[in-house]
Design a protein around this ligand. Sequence first.
Ligand code: 5GP
Length: 140
Amino acid sequence: MASIFSRIISGEIPAAKLYEDAQTLAFLDINPASRGHTLIVCKEELPGLLDLPPELVCAAALTTQVVAKALLAVLQPDGFNIIQNNGKAAGQVVFHYHVHIIPRWEGDRAVGYWRPGTATSDDLRELAALIAARVVEESV
Ligand code: 5GP
């Protein structure tokens, strides 16, 4: 069955649309964390970041930047968050790739934050070495 976002893309379900091109669509979130909370979706129904081919990663990033500029010009927030959830454990509810743009105003508490933890310099060094080696494999 098509995702809720595919049904918005096809026009079956209405949405407050902001921008559309061949690969992406931007529209307002139906349950906004703040005024202007926007979703950028890839038209192709792929679950998460790791499923996207490079050209769709780029297309989504570009649409995110263009729409963020428009949101800033119109709403004049003090800042904005870009959030992209991958997997249930990370809070993803709709398994169709999307990026959130959430305009922010000083003191609005619209978005929760992580609790800063601690790590030893040995942990950081060892972990960095493991991941850095893997990054090389993933990028070829
Ligand atoms: P996720 O948690 O998967 O990253 O975020 C999914 C987002 O989609 C939520 O912020 C939710 O409010 C939004 N959403 C879910 N269904 C609809 C819908 O039918 N229309 C719109 N505009 N947004 C939706």
